[in-house]
Design a protein around this ligand. Structure first.
Ligand code: GLN
Length: 504
């Protein structure tokens, strides 16, 4: 049994590169992401093939679910900070995700939006808070923090890679077809998401004692019965809201309204909270907001992966990578996660190595580099058009190389951004800030859909070769915008650094 009484200092004074608790959280998050990305990879195909939606509607609907999922991380963060604490939030979120996937496993055709609504709220309670707990394992000035987030991020992508592949492959009948009766493929595939989420939750409950006092109730000083009532109200409230989510997510007009409101509302809330913080704390929060705003652009481009890039892969890419024959859509889905897993630890080590030589770039510059890599990747997607044959098919090799470059951009921005949120926020509001970080992803997903729809719209009824040109030119535009964003960030780095004060 783990020592229940470890103080935060004891945990943070760990020896070696990583605290052991990071490994527990790594596996818990890995299984959660398996479940999440497994389900995400099935949504559009399921809606088109089983719910008879057309492509456009399915894409909009898909964008709506993704936007809602990430938007609810803000709300999940808020309730964790104020009422539940990170651990109970995580448990409750995991439970809702399990229930959601069981509903989908039982009858996805009839209860699709009902099940999805559970997973939306569940992810909201789970996702931001596990990342916040990772941040708590490190003392404020510990240089090992970014490396820790990079490792954690490898766990995210290991789950994404396996889940993203297995669930849809089982649902499509291209994997284990002899074991799973054809009529039950979707049920089994959604069932996988439920089983692995259960594994995630068990991993967490069995290891959470090692977290000592991290993530316990923020209301410890309150009378126990009153605290319990508030917790119960949160649980019941989150169940009562499910029919509302169901209505909103199944009608994409509501998504527009929701996105219009949630961002400004979260900002107003943050400004309200800022009244009780010192000037120094508020400066750090402004710096956090700069990162959050830039990350919206990053994700809007990056998330083309689920939308326009998958259409591009389907129409315009051949099927060999380094002589091996592979499905271009599979490569588009999996290459990025694969590269993250292979290179996350290496990038973490590079930061530590540079740190020892006093050469480590600060977070703003890392963000700027992230955009430069993103620009490089999209420039490569653009260049694929010069390698096309007469039927408009071009090199999957080059395309995969594009993802390789973008992955370094993601590694400069996503784990570093999460890490920065935990450093820049006062303890009291950490999960809200983490929630806002993921809220930026919600906007990214939302805008990614709009951008992708624009690109796709321009090439309707075109030949494959014309499509290739339209898509490639679209990616050139994105490359230019990403380049501008990177240059702007690196230029304003000294200013933002001032706001960050002692935070590197
Ligand atoms: N791929 C990462 C994850 O699932 C980041 C997602 C995001 O912030 N948009 O955790």
């Amino acid at each position: 049994m783990e020592n229940t009484n470890s103080s935060i200092q004891e945990i943070q004074n760990f020896k070696g590169k990583y605290p052991k608790q990071l490994w527990y959280l790594f596996f818990s998050e890995m299984w959660e992401r398996f479940s999440f990305y497994g389900m995400r990879g099935m949504l559009v195909i399921f809606m088109v093939s089983q719910l008879s939606m057309n492509d456009k509607v399915a894409n909009l609907q898909y964008g709506a679910t993704q936007a809602f999922v990430y938007a609810f991380t803000f709300i999940g963060g808020l309730f964790a900070d104020k009422l539940l604490g990170y651990r109970k939030s995580l448990f409750w979120g995991g439970l809702l995700m399990i229930i959601g996937s069981i509903i989908l496993a039982i009858d996805p055709q009839h209860f699709f939006f009902f099940g999805i609504s559970f997973t939306i709220i569940g992810t909201g309670f789970f996702k931001p808070n596990i990342s916040t707990i990772v941040g708590k394992l490190y003392a404020d000035d510990d240089p090992r923090r970014d490396a820790g987030f990079s490792l954690f991020y490898a766990g995210v992508n290991l789950g994404a890679l396996i889940g993203g592949y297995i669930c849809i492959a089982v649902a499509n009948g291209s994997l284990w077809a002899s074991l799973v009766p054809a009529a039950l493929r979707w049920n089994v595939a959604f069932g996988f998401a439920a089983v692995v989420m259960l594994v995630s939750l068990i991993t967490f409950t069995q290891t959470q004692k090692s977290l000592g006092e991290i993530g316990l109730s923020p209301l410890a000083a309150m009378q126990a019965s009153k605290r319990k009532r508030l917790e119960l109200a949160t649980y019941i409230g989150s169940l009562l809201i499910i029919p509302i989510i169901m209505t909103m997510v199944s009608n994409t007009d509501y998504t527009d309204i929701f996105m219009f409101i949630i961002g400004p509302a979260s900002l107003l809330y943050l400004f309200y909270e800022m009244r009780s913080f010192s000037v120094a704390e508020n400066k750090k929060l402004i710096a956090a907001l700069v990162f959050i705003v830039f990350s919206i652009f990053f994700w809007a481009f990056f998330e083309q992966s689920g939308g326009s890039l998958s259409l591009f892969a389907a129409h315009n890419l051949n099927n060999t990578v380094l002589g091996v024959s592979l499905d271009p859509n599979g490569v588009n889905n999996a290459a990025n996660s694969f590269f993250v897993i292979v290179f996350a630890a290496l990038v973490g080590m590079v930061w530590l190595w540079l740190h020892k030589r006093k050469l480590e770039p600060n977070t703003v510059v890392k963000f700027g580099l992230g955009f430069l890599f993103l620009a490089g990747g999209f420039a490569i997607f653009y260049y694929t058009k010069f390698f096309a044959d007469a039927s408009g098919k071009t090199s999957l090799n080059l395309f995969t190389f594009g993802w390789f470059i973008i992955t370094f951009g993601e590694l400069c921005l996503s784990p570093i951004g999460m890490s920065a949120m935990t450093k820049l926020s006062p303890a009291k509001t950490q999960a809200v800030i983490m929630g806002m970080w993921f809220l930026a992803s919600a906007y990214g997903q939302y805008f990614a859909g709009l951008l992708g729809a624009n690109i796709a719209d321009a090439s309707e009824h075109a030949s494959n070769l014309e499509k290739l040109n339209v898509y490639a030119n679209g990616y050139k535009q994105l490359a230019i915008y990403a380049l501008i964003a990177g240059v702007v960030l690196i230029t304003i780095a000294p200013l933002v650094k001032k706001l960050m004060q002692d935070v590197k």
